[in-house]
Each structure stands twice: as C-alpha cells, then as structure tokens.
Design a protein around this ligand. Sequence first.
Ligand SMILES: Cc1cc2nc3c(=O)[nH]c(=O)nc-3n(C[C@H](O)[C@H](O)[C@H](O)COP(=O)(O)OP(=O)(O)OC[C@H]3O[C@@H](n4cnc5c(N)ncnc54)[C@H](O)[C@@H]3O)c2cc1C
Length: 629
Amino acid sequence: MRQKNRPDKDQKTDQQLGMGRRIMRRDFVQGVGLAALGLGVVPDSANALPVTAKDADYPPTKTGLRGSHPGSYDAAHAMAREGKSFSNATPLDEAYDLVVVGAGISGLAAAYYYRQKMGADANILILDNHDDFGGHARRNEFHQGGEMRLAIGGTHNLEYWQFSNAVNKLMSELGVDVKVLRTEPNFSYDYKKDEGTAFWFDAETYGENKLVKGFSIRGWSSSYSVETIDQFPISKEARKQLKAFYSARKDILRGQSDEQRERALREMPYLTFLEQHGGLGEEAQQLFHNASHGSWGMDIRCFSTYEALDDAMPGWHLLGEKLPAWERDYPAAFFPDGNASLARLMVQNLIPSVCPNVTAGNIALGKFDYGELDSSNETVRLRLSSTAVNARNSKGGVDVSYIREGKILSVRSKQCVMACYHSIIPHICPDLSPQQSDALKYQVKIPLLLTNVLIRSAAPLNKLGVKGARCPGRMHNAVIALQGINTGGYEHLLSDDGAVPLMFWGSLAAPRQVKHIKDQLRASRHGMLSLSFEDYEREVRTVLDGFLGPAGFDVQKDILAITVNRWPHGYSYSYMDLWDPDWPEGQMPHEIASKPFGNISIANADAGADAYTHVAIDEAYRAVNELTA
Ligand SMILES: Cc1cc2nc3c(=O)[nH]c(=O)nc-3n(C[C@H](O)[C@H](O)[C@H](O)COP(=O)(O)OP(=O)(O)OC[C@H]3O[C@@H](n4cnc5c(N)ncnc54)[C@H](O)[C@@H]3O)c2cc1C
C-alpha cells in the first residue's frame, strides 16, 4: 500500500510533467523520411526500415493504449458480463477445413500443424479479436530519426529449453535456434549486479526520490552488501529488520526430511515466513509486495514460501542454504520484439505473401503487409478485428460466427480449434456440458502490464550507471532498458546512447482488502481497464522525472512515445499452493476443460495451465491431433 508520505502539494502538475506535449500517439509515425521501398521487402542494412503510406494500417507502430486495445473486447464483454448472445448471423460464401479461434502462438501453431498434417491445400481461417496477430506475443515498433527501435509488447522470450519434440521440430522448421538467440551478456534484464541492479524509492511513497544502486530484493546474493540498506528512505527500525534478515544464517526446518520441508514451505505463506522467521514488520515487508508483479503478475501475498523462493525471492539463507554469489542462470532466448518474431515467422510460413523473403535471421526487420493477411489467393487466411461469438457442431461440421465491424457473420468449417483463452469458450460454445463449462471458467487469467516508453537518449541511464530499477512503490515494479538484444537481424548496441525504449513491467495491485486470489486478479483486471491513457502517462512521467531527472532527463522534452500494453487476460493461471486443492489425476480443471467435443478441440496455454510459449504450442499440437487422428 502506498504510504503517501509526501504531501500532494509537492507533486508536479500535469503541465510540469509535460502531459500536454505532443508525443507519438496512436497511428502516428515520426521521423521516417526514408525512401519507400515497398511492403514485404527486407532491407539490407540493419534497422533501416522501408515505410509507406500504408503505415497507418501497420499495427506494430501504433502507440497509446495497445495490448488489449479499446474496441477489441467489447463483444466478448457483452457476452461474458451482460449475458448477450449474438444470433442471426449473415452466412458468408466461404467454406474451410479448419477455423481457428485466436491468432496467438497457440492458434498459429494449430494452423501450422493442421496444414502439415492435412496438406498444403487445407483451407484455414484464423480469427482474432485484435487488430494485430500473435496474442500476447506483440511487437511494438518505434521510429525516430530514421532508426527503428523495437520493444517487447507482451511475451518476452523462450524459456526453459527442454521443449517437447513437437516444439523442437517447429523451432527447427522455422529456423529458430534458441542458443543463437541467447542474448547474454548484452541483455539479462537487471539481474546481474555489475549491470547496475538498482532500487528506486519514490517520494510519494517514501518521502523522497532516491536511487539505491547495487541492491536487488529478488536477486539477493552474497555479493550485495547489507550496508546498502542504510541508504533506504524508510524508518530506522525497518532498516534494522532488513539488515538482520539478510545477515541471518540458520535453518528453520532443521531435522525435517526433504518431504516434510517441502510440505512446510508449500503451506506457509511467504509473508508469514518473512514476518515470523525473517523478523520483518509491515514496513519492511512492503518492499516485497510488488516484487513478483512482472514474473508472476501477482502480489507476494498470494505466494507460498516454496513458490516465492522458486521465483528468486530471498529466504534460502534461513533454510540452511548458503547465499549464492548470485548470477542468475536464466536460459532465455530473445528476439528484440519478444516472441512476436516467432508469431511473425509462423504467419509468414502460413501466408508467404505477407513478407516473402524473411527468415529467422532477419525476421525482426521484416515489414509485414497486413493487407495480405486475409487474401482469397492464399489457402490460409488470418482475419483480424473479428471476435468469434458462436461455434456449434452441426451436420458433420462446425458453424462459426463472429463479429467484425459491427456485423455478425458466419462461416462453415469441417473442424475448429478454440485457441482463445478458456473462460470465454463457454460463451462461444453454449452446447458444452456444465462440467466442462465450469472447468473452463476455473481459469482466471493473470493481468499484466507492459508500458513501453521511448526516451530520447540512453545517456541519463548511462550517467547513473544502471540499466533500470525496481520500484517498490509504483504501479510498474520494474523499469528496464530494452537495449542489447541483437538478434533477428536487429541491432541496438549498448554503446548507442540514442533513443532507447524503456519497458515498464508489472501489474496493478488489487486493493489490500480484496483477499481471495481470484478476486485479486479480477480487481486488478478491472483497475487496468478503468485507467485512461493519461493515467498511465502521468505514472510513467512521474517515475522518469524522479528516477532519471537528476541525471539530466527532461520530462517535458525527452519522452518521444508511449505504448501501454494492457493484458487483462495475461498469464494462464497455474495452480497455487495456498489457493487450490489437490485433484485426483485427470480431474484437474484444465484437464476437463481441454477435452474435445464433436469437431471442436481446445488449445491455448490455458489448456496446460502454464503460461509459457512452448506450452501454448504443445497444446496446439494435441488439439490438432485430436481432430485429425
Ligand atoms: C506480458 C506477458 C509476458 C509473457 N512472457 C512470457 C515469456 O517471456 N515466455 C513465455 O514462454 N511465456 C510468456 N508469457 C506467456 C505466453 O505469452 C503465453 O503462454 C502464450 O503466448 C499464450 O499463447 P496463446 O496462443 O495460448 O494465448 P494468447 O496469446 O492469449 O492468444 C489467444 C488469442 O485469442 C484471442 N481471442 C480471445 N477470444 C477470442 C474470440 N472470441 N475470438 C477471436 N479471438 C479471440 C485473444 O485475444 C488472443 O489474441 C507472457 C504473457 C504475457 C501476457
């Protein structure tokens, strides 16, 4: 909870924060006086991107409220919140072998596997409610002074490389080599101490703006000095507690077997662990509250001790483990636009005319012609801004209706894969059994926020000697410079102190009085959708002014663009120690939810109850096999 230590009169006005100034907003592309070389062409020189008049229709360059952008969820909310059903669809004269609902990684992979199995002649229609494809795997693209700067608009990277054979095969066919995509040492968030791990305390919460370098609550290691805590603008007592916590060496579960230890850690809330075993009072605990907002999208109060330690929160030193000289081994493979490049590679494979010559080696530079996505010349068609509202088994096939530009339209297909998030499926498929509908609704997705801000120069960060900071008092827990991800043909060297995108990463905290985890997630989603662009803009301006202002950053002039990626339905919910029962084998909600019915099967990462890209792909593979076996 914010402590509101600083009186409001000391806060800067909107005008002082530069709120009225013109920045790149929706549909506005700046600084791109390059020769128009035509869409679908991959330029030779790194980052020089051809731009044409069609750029207004090129969603990656759109700024403002993105992610789940305004207009994309109206039909779904009308069904789910108001119980509205859409009938009297106008049938289109189009027939498909497969309709896929959802053009996220799972839906695209489903189309890919189906075509591979059924042949290149298979007619496939992919529907998505957004104006861009990829689902969470979203590309943000900025242009400034002729340079293109890419940012991750949703899914960051490929993690944990023990992929299934199906995923490995897909990667190899797309030319994706995860080892080549490993970007360290150039980019590893702010996990490494020598890369400038820092904590930024804001005046509104802590009474003064203060940057404390060489400290991380998450990546605590023996290489950090507890003396750093003396610099924290918190009470003397809270500082004393924190220093004692990090200095302690004991084993609170001494004498217990491994099994007993695990059970104890899974049953103990992490906040209880911090309080009872770490000796931290409420003020000290507050520093931990939003620390896992990015990696898990949840408040730390939702976590068991086991889950928190697994997410690199401190505590092993109270369990008899030595503090590691912590260099997080994080096997992550990055494209500069996150896994949007993977989505683009799949789309290019399915519909080559969108960008004929692109490969995994230059995918980040490929300019896609969105006009080609839904072309009658191709066997695979991707139809954006189209929300599926009904899918029904009938006469040996499936009738699928959707809303596009206010019209209810329907197509006939032999088969259908639902690759959208699960909680909407019972509203689209009213013929499902009540048991399956309830299981699908058990999945309450975890909201996430990724706000990308293009700033004029990396110089203020370099002057401070940091790559970003963790902000325990703010809406976004982390601010991280997206620089040094030189893959997919793209280059943004660390030595370049020109314009740089800063990724503000986190989630909205639910009010403290909201207790149950699912109510917290719903409250967070509600809050995220209730805020205006100006609310987000004010937030990032306030942070940048306080954080980088002392290093010469001018909040009125140095912000060039802001793209707020809201993901109200973000990570798939995985079962949590403190909140979910143990089900008998085969009876877990996601297992019941993802059963096929008639000619419809169910994919999406939700089907694996695990928020990973490779899970989304595995579930697509299963869903396609269920239809084609
Ligand atoms: C901010 C963020 C960061 C992440 N980072 C990582 C990461 O670093 N590594 C990793 O492995 N995973 C990450 N994940 C998780 C990962 O993105 C997902 O597991 C995976 O991409 C999900 O793909 P999907 O296709 O299952 O679902 P989605 O990406 O949600 O795609 C489903 C699509 O279906 C659409 N849809 C829903 N309803 C309808 C309808 N009625 N009609 C038409 N379309 C509909 C949705 O809007 C969406 O576009 C992240 C997720 C988020 C939100």
